[in-house]
Design a protein around this ligand. Sequence first.
Ligand SMILES: *[C@@H]1O[C@H](CO)[C@@H](O)[C@H](O)[C@H]1NC(C)=O
Ligand SMILES: *[C@@H]1O[C@H](CO)[C@@H](O)[C@H](O)[C@H]1NC(C)=O
Ligand SMILES: *[C@@H]1O[C@H](CO)[C@@H](O)[C@H](O)[C@H]1NC(C)=O
Ligand SMILES: *[C@@H]1O[C@H](CO)[C@@H](O)[C@H](O)[C@H]1NC(C)=O
Ligand SMILES: *[C@@H]1O[C@H](CO)[C@@H](O)[C@H](O)[C@H]1NC(C)=O
Ligand SMILES: *[C@@H]1O[C@H](CO)[C@@H](O)[C@H](O)[C@H]1NC(C)=O
Length: 518
Amino acid sequence: MPTAQITVLTLLSANVVVPLIATVGVNGKVTFLEKEGTSEFDNSTGAYELDLSLVHDFDKAWRTMHVKSDVFCSGSVILPDKGGRILNVGGWSLDSTKGVRLYTPDGSAGVNGTNDWEENFQELALQRQRWYPTAAVLGNGSVLVIGGETGSNASPQPNLEIVPNPGGKADTVIDLDWLARTDPWNLYPFVFVLPSGRIFIIYYNEARILDQHTFDTVLELPNLPASVNNFLGGRTYPLEGAAVMLPQHAPYTEPVRILTCGGSSPGAGIALDNCVSIAPEASNATWTLERMPSQRVMPCMAPLPDGTFMIMNGAHQGVAGFGLATDPNLGALLYDPSKPVNQRISILNTTIVARLYHSEAILLPDARVLVSGSDPQDGKNPEEMRIEAYYPPYLTGGRTQPNFTIATTDWAYGSSHPIVVHLPQGTTSTMKVSLVAAVSSTHGNAMGARTIFPAFTCSGNTCTITAPPNAFVSPPGWHQLFILDGPTPSHSVWVRIGGDPAKLGNWPNLPDFVVPGV
Ligand SMILES: *[C@@H]1O[C@H](CO)[C@@H](O)[C@H](O)[C@H]1NC(C)=O
Ligand SMILES: *[C@@H]1O[C@H](CO)[C@@H](O)[C@H](O)[C@H]1NC(C)=O
Ligand SMILES: *[C@@H]1O[C@H](CO)[C@@H](O)[C@H](O)[C@H]1NC(C)=O
Ligand SMILES: *[C@@H]1O[C@H](CO)[C@@H](O)[C@H](O)[C@H]1NC(C)=O
Ligand SMILES: *[C@@H]1O[C@H](CO)[C@@H](O)[C@H](O)[C@H]1NC(C)=O
Ligand SMILES: *[C@@H]1O[C@H](CO)[C@@H](O)[C@H](O)[C@H]1NC(C)=O
């Protein structure tokens, strides 16, 4: 294990929300959703937005928003529509499990928006009840919503549906026997669009590749290794690990690799102390195992602009759920896929804040990481309202962050976009450019996460970036564009790549919804 690097962290704000889901909107603010049904407090509206430019002015920083039904435990993604709407689906019981909620981020730094969450179960609902579903934008711009249970710890919902429903009012749900077989260990499965267009899914301790049109299985991969004494350990809720796709680099010829870290085992709840990764479309793909310095269940993994991943939160023992984990893991780790296998993990600073069930970690536009939540209801650790900002090592070396200007932020696949760069330390020969896809973080599942290093060329301080080539390398959507001066990232600018091919921006055409356009 490389020697420890230090990360500074500061407490940002407190006493508003115990978030279930955290999302940075295209307005640069952080949207939090909070559960209701089992909350210790009865004063929450279920939705708040934090203006990062006002964190030192508590009375102004938080905007109160509203959801109409209980988001415990739903899934979220940012849509590729013009407004960068946040879609939230599923929930806790009865009508809320079919909830479809939409928010178009608005306002700007220092100025409150006026949009709120839109929702009307009578007008717009999922086809099936879903507690713990995953949502993912497909290459064709529609949204896949998969799995879950019919309600809290209720019968399985081993199937998928497409949102908006391509069948109109017809039932178009597709059953999945492998989700039925692995219930209840497969909730919030990890879903990734592969460069072939096919879909890769990790659920419990299994993984497979699906056809993107029929959702039939194309390939079953080997089971994920767990621990030496128990091969039945798994990676998805309630054994909850975290998973991300490792960065893709132009010219995108290397097979993509998926990484999952932490998790636990059924029964004794022995948390896993490893990460495993696989390149699902390489021939004879097998899992590569790397040890972490400690056991961890309920980790969060935040993609960073330099292509590394911060691993944090969770516990040394137990499983996800209320009161089901002990011994919080206060350390943070950095996973650097550019290093050789088994030398990729380094140890960052610890925190003082236990973050157990229901915690989040997301990349901020200034390249810090926002860490929130913890809702253990264990009688020992608090319902956590404190929010932290971690400063990854690239911000603590005393270097100045570079900056850039860009004229065009709505990118077609393969198109070229000039930027003018200001590099305080280095030159364009040591510069990098990255695109970090919009993420909604919940339950170790960074829905939407993807990191791309696009091709670029420079002449003087003007560089031209070539957008990723297609919707399978980069499904349509919003990304934070960063430049890096050597190791040091700029602040981000939001760019949309691939437009809105499914025309989600015109959906839904219903009285209680205002659409942003495509
Ligand atoms: C490490 O984190 C602690 C809080 O847990 C903080 O007090 C300390 O300043 C941090 N150390 C450095 C070098 O950032
Ligand atoms: C809700 O009540 C808790 C406990 O009294 C308090 O800490 C919190 O600030 C309140 N939240 C809001 C949004 O008022
Ligand atoms: C934003 O709205 C909230 C109420 O939801 C208010 O408390 C806060 O002061 C407002 N902030 C600004 C910058 O106007
Ligand atoms: C995207 O693909 C899914 C699965 O084949 C299909 O149901 C959906 O209608 C497609 N969306 C569009 C906009 O074609
Ligand atoms: C993959 O495995 C099969 C069967 O074991 C073997 O015949 C084939 O050579 C392997 N392919 C590669 C590229 O290793
Ligand atoms: C951009 O970087 C240059 C060079 O470091 C610096 O002079 C300038 O103030 C920066 N601009 C902004 C808007 O931060």
